[in-house]
Design a protein around this ligand. Structure first.
Ligand SMILES: Cc1ncc(COP(=O)(O)O)c(C=O)c1O
Length: 390
C-alpha cells in the first residue's frame, strides 16, 4: 500500500461531521452554503443534460467554457488569457491542484506550503514525490514575511503552493503583500500554483488580486479557479487551471490520464454563468457578508473574540481568552454541549504542528435560522463557568 495514504488517519473533518450527525449539533463545520445556488445556472445545466452533448467533450474543456473563462477574467480581473492555449477545464479545483503537482514535480523537488493550508495539499505534494517545506503564518494578520520565505527555500525548491483568499484564515492578500511573494518566486526561479477558488467571495468592497498579474509572474504562475465557489454549487466540481502555453501543455498531459474531462452539461452551464452581470456577483457577496456580520455580531455579543473575515465562507474565533489551549478538544466538547460543530484551525497545520492551536473556524454560509440556532446554543455556554472565569 502507498505509505502517504496508509499513514493518513481519520481527519478531524470526518470526526466532527460524524459527531455532529450523532448528536444533532448545529453544523457550522462543513464549508458549503444552505442556498441551492442560482436557478438560471442550474436550469442551464438541466437543459444541457436534456438537449445538449452528453458524450466526451474535448480534453481541454468545451471551447465555449474556455472562452467564457478568458472573457470572465478579462472583465473581472483585467487579465489577458488565450482560451485556446492557456485554459484547462478540470473536475474541480482539487483535480487542477492534483494534476498540476503531478505534472510539475520531479521526485525530491521541494515545494513550499503555507500553513494553515487546505487539507489536500500536503498528501498531494507527497504523493507526487515532492518534499514539503513549510512557512507558518500567524494570526491575526497571517503576514507573509520575506525572512520566513527565505528560511524555507533551498536549491531544490521548485514550487510554491499558495491559497488566496486563504481558507481557513479568511485573509484576502493585497497587491503589496503579494509583491513580496512574487519577488521571492522571481529571485529563486520558482513556479507558483495559486489556488484562488475564493476569488469572488470577498467582503467590504475588497477586490481580489490574482498572483499571475504581479510583475514577473505571468509565465510562472498556475492560477486555479472553481465554479463551485463562484456559484455556491460546491458539488459540481468544475474547476480550471490558467497558465502560459508551455506550462499549460504540461498540465494537460497529467489531466488527460487523470480524469481526461468533466461533465459537458455542467461545463455548458458554467460557461453561461460566468457571463452573468455584476449584479449577480454583488448580490452573492452581499448575502454572505450579511451572514458573516450576523454570526460575528452574535458571537461578539456573547463575549467571543472574533477575528476579521475578509473573504470565504468562514470566520475564526480565538478561544485563548477562555483559557483554552487545545482547539481540537474544545471543538469536540462544543459538539456535545451546547451542540455546535466547528472546525479547529490546527487541523490545517498538519505539516509542522507548530502553528496556532486556539482558533475555531465557523462556516457562516448558512440560513439565518441556522446561525441563530447556533448562537442560541452558544449563549448557554456563555453563562457557563469557563466564561465567568475570564
Ligand atoms: C482552498 C480550497 N481549495 C480547493 C477547494 C476545492 O475546490 P473544488 O470543490 O472545486 O475541488 C476548496 C474547497 O473548499 C478550498 O477551500
Amino acid at each position: 500500500m502507498n505509505s502517504v495514504y496508509a499513514s493518513l488517519g481519520t481527519t478531524i473533518f470526518e470526526t466532527v461531521s460524524l459527531a455532529a450527525r450523532r448528536t444533532g449539533a448545529v453544523n457550522l463545520g462543513q464549508g458549503f452554503p444552505d442556498d441551492p445556488g442560482p436557478e438560471d445556472v442550474r436550469r442551464a445545466a438541466a437543459d444541457a443534460v436534456m438537449d445538449g452533448w452528453n458524450q466526451y467533450p474535448p480534453m481541454l474543456g468545451l471551447p465555449a467554457l474556455r472562452e467564457a473563462i478568458a472573457a470572465h477574467y478579462a472583465y473581472h480581473q483585467g487579465l489577458e488569457i488565450d482560451p485556446s492555449s492557456e485554459v484547462l477545464v478540470t473536475s474541480g479545483a482539487t483535480e487542477a491542484i492534483a494534476g498540476t503537482l503531478l505534472a510539475l514535480i520531479e521526485p525530491g523537488d521541494e515545494v513550499i506550503l503555507f500553513e494553515p493550508m487546505y487539507d489536500a495539499y500536503l498528501p498531494l505534494v507527497q504523493r507526487a514525490g515532492g518534499v514539503a517545506r513549510f512557512v507558518t503564518l500567524a494570526p491575526p494578520d497571517w503576514t507573509i514575511a520575506r525572512q520566513a520565505l527565505e528560511a524555507a527555500v533551498s536549491p531544490r525548491t521548485r514550487l510554491i503552493l499558495f491559497n488566496n483568499p486563504l481558507n481557513p484564515a479568511a485573509r484576502v492578500y493585497t497587491r503589496e503583500e503579494l509583491a513580496v511573494l512574487a519577488a521571492f518566486c522571481v529571485d529563486h526561479d520558482l513556479i507558483a500554483i495559486c489556488d484562488e477558488v475564493w476569488e469572488h467571495v470577498v467582503f467590504d468592497g475588497r477586490r481580489h488580486v490574482p498572483l499571475i498579474d504581479l510583475p514577473g509572474m505571468r509565465e510562472r504562475t498556475v492560477k486555479i479557479g472553481s465554479a463551485g465557489k463562484i456559484f455556491s454549487l460546491t458539488g459540481w466540481k468544475v474547476g480550471w487551471s490558467i497558465a502560459a502555453p508551455p506550462l499549460l501543455a504540461q498540465l494537460a498531459k497529467a489531466h488527460q490520464f487523470l480524469t481526461f474531462t468533466t461533465p459537458p452539461n455542467l461545463q455548458a452551464a458554467v460557461a453561461y454563468g460566468l457571463g452573468k452581470d455584476d449584479g449577480y456577483f454583488a448580490t452573492m457577496r452581499d448575502g454572505f457578508q450579511r451572514s458573516r456580520d450576523r454570526l460575528a455580531d452574535g458571537l461578539r455579543a456573547l463575549g467571543f473574540a472574533v477575528l476579521p473575515s475578509e473573504g470565504s465562507y468562514f470566520l475564526n474565533v480565538d478561544i485563548a481568552p477562555l483559557g483554552e489551549t487545545d482547539d481540537a478538544a474544545f471543538a469536540l466538547r462544543l459538539i456535545d454541549d451546547p451542540g455546535v460543530a466547528t472546525i479547529p484551525v490546527s487541523a490545517f497545520m498538519q505539516g509542522t504542528r507548530t502553528g496556532t492551536t486556539t482558533l475555531l473556524r465557523f462556516c457562516f454560509a448558512k440560513r439565518d435560522e441556522t446561525l441563530d440556532a447556533a448562537l442560541e446554543r452558544l449563549a448557554h455556554l456563555a453563562t457557563d463557568e469557563a466564561f465567568e472565569r475570564r
